[in-house]
Structure formats: structure tokens, C-alpha cells
Design a protein around this ligand. Structure first.
Ligand SMILES: C[S@@+](CC[C@H](N)C(=O)[O-])C[C@H]1O[C@@H](n2cnc3c(N)ncnc32)[C@H](O)[C@@H]1O
Length: 260
């Protein structure tokens, strides 16, 4: 079962730390590509803890800036001076044509029904309104992650009960994503392949990985004593690695489009 809301409710506090700042670099970069100067109503959909909202307010000084998210525990962390709405992208509570710009960093891959979600976003946008998104694409080898997976497998953790990226097969591929946007009624689709790079320390890697991601969900299924032993073994194995082994890098996609 893909229960995205309860997953994000569980990880909200950890997400709203360094990880939100790492991702915000890319959220800001794609927002910078949109013509927001005179926009009147701008929304980040799937805004999480709202790291992008201040930047949107700077880019669109005349705008009412809104954040919407499926997960109340995430959006509660967003700055309270902006409109905050608990909403599913696939069933948006906004009137047709009421938004002039929508930004969706690191969200599209979560949508169980991507065509339905993109159609709902297109409907909420005014014709000519702008759209920006960031999605994951390719991953470079990541020795620290390989060690983490190996130790979790050795301790017999069950499979991830709740895979979180049902649309990643489309959103990670520039051609498929462009086709999905075009089908949903977007034009001027422009997708560029960009680099992602993040280098945590060993302690930061472990603090993040034991809470966020597929391996953390597997770890949680181990009985408490076994989980403690597994974490100790992972810590010991990770201590053997050099700092470069912790680099997480790869490609991400910056998508921009206009509501046609
Ligand atoms: C990886 S976080 C990205 C948060 C924020 N955009 C950022 O860049 O930090 C994904 C967010 O999308 C939200 N989300 C997932 N599916 C959603 C949906 N169908 N409708 C609205 N929000 C959704 C999650 O609750 C989570 O807060």
C-alpha cells in the first residue's frame, strides 16, 4: 500500500531539518525560471514545510502566496504568514483558472495517478499561467547507501511496505514527463537535466537514513532489539568508509511549462 500521508506525518520533523534545505536549492532554481514578477496568485503544491514560500514572495511581490500539502503535519511547519491549505493535488480545492503560477518541487513522483494530478493542476491555472517542477532522475553509485542496504538485508528486514514513488517511471524520464505535461494541457514545455549533489557526514547520513526513505521503513519493521543491533552494525560498517563515499549525487529534472 502506498500511504504517502502517514509516511510524511511520521518523518515531518526530520524532513524539516537539513534535508528541506538541501532540496530548497533546486526548488528555488526552478522558481527562478518562471515569470512571476507580476503574478497575482502563486501556489506551491506539495509544499511540505514551506521552504520555498519566502522565495516565491520575493519573486512575486504582488502575489498572494499559498502552500498546499496532503500532509497536515508537514504544512503546519510552513510559515504562517502564507495561505496554508491541506489538499490533495489530485483533487484541488481551487476554482478553475484561479492560480497564475504553480511550483511543485519533489512532488510529482508521489502522485498515484499522474495524469489526473497534472490535469487538476492545469485546471486550477489560468490560461498562460506558469508551471515549474523538480523531479528525481538518475542516481550515481553511492557506497554509503549500498552499505546501509546490505546491513539492513543481513538483518532480515522485510520489504518496504509502502513504496512512495508510484509515478517515478514517468517523472524521471524527460521525454515521458514532457508527453504527460503536453497531454494534460501544458505548452512551451522545457525540461533540463541538472545535477544533484549532497555530501552528509557519516552521522548525518545515519540520522537521515534511519528516519527517511525505503530502508527506514524496512528498519522500523524489525523487532526493537534487532533494530538496535542493525543500527550498531550499520554504524560500524559506515565508519570504514571515506567521506567521498557519502556523496549522494545524480541527475534531476527541472520542468517548466505554460498552461495552454
Ligand atoms: C519530498 S516532499 C517536498 C516538499 C517541498 N516541495 C520541498 O521541496 O521541500 C513531498 C511533499 O509532497 C506532499 N504530497 C505528496 N503527495 C501529495 C498529493 N497527492 N497532494 C499534495 N501533496 C502531496 C507530501 O506530503 C510532502 O510534503
Amino acid at each position: 500500500m502506498t500511504d504517502i500521508r502517514s509516511n510524511y506525518a511520521r518523518i515531518a520533523a526530520t524532513y524539516d531539518g537539513k534535508w528541506a534545505d538541501v532540496l530548497a536549492v533546486h526548488a528555488k532554481a526552478v522558481a527562478d525560471r518562471l515569470p512571476l514578477t507580476s503574478a497575482g496568485r502563486v501556489a506551491e503544491l506539495g509544499c511540505g514545510p514551506g521552504r520555498l514560500l519566502d522565495h516565491l514572495a520575493t519573486l512575486a511581490p504582488q502575489a498572494r502566496v499559498l502552500g498546499a500539502d496532503l500532509t497536515e503535519a508537514m504544512i503546519r511547519r510552513a510559515p504562517a504568514q502564507y495561505g496554508r491549505v491541506v489538499a490533495d493535488v489530485q483533487a484541488l480545492p481551487f476554482a478553475a483558472g484561479s492560480l497564475e503560477a504553480v511550483v511543485m518541487p519533489f512532488v510529482l513522483f508521489h502522485l498515484p495517478d499522474l495524469p489526473r494530478g497534472l490535469a487538476a493542476v492545469r485546471r486550477a491555472l489560468a490560461t498562460g499561467g506558469s508551471f515549474g517542477a523538480v523531479t528525481w532522475s538518475g542516481h550515481d553509485p553511492h557506497p554509503a547507501y549500498d552499505v546501509w542496504v546490505r546491513v539492513i538485508n543481513e538483518y532480515g528486514a522485510p520489504a518496504d511496505p509502502s513504496p512512495q514513488m508510484p509515478s517515478n517511471g514517468v517523472t524521471s524520464d524527460p521525454e515521458k514527463l514532457a508527453a504527460a505535461l503536453t497531454t494534460a494541457g501544458f505548452g512551451q514545455v522545457d525540461i533540463t537535466v541538472e545535477r544533484f549533489r549532497h555530501q552528509p557526514t557519516a552521522a548525518e547520513f545515519l540520522a537521515h537514513s534511519r528516519v527517511i526513505g525505503s530502508m527506514a521503513r524496512r528498519l522500523d519493521l524489525l523487532p526493537a532489539e534487532r533494530r538496535t543491533a542493525c543500527l550498531a552494525a550499520a554504524e560500524e560498517a559506515l565508519a570504514e568508509l571515506v567521506p567521498e563515499d557519502f556523496v549522494e549525487s545524480g541527475t534531476i529534472l527541472y520542468s517548466t511549462a505554460r498552461a495552454a
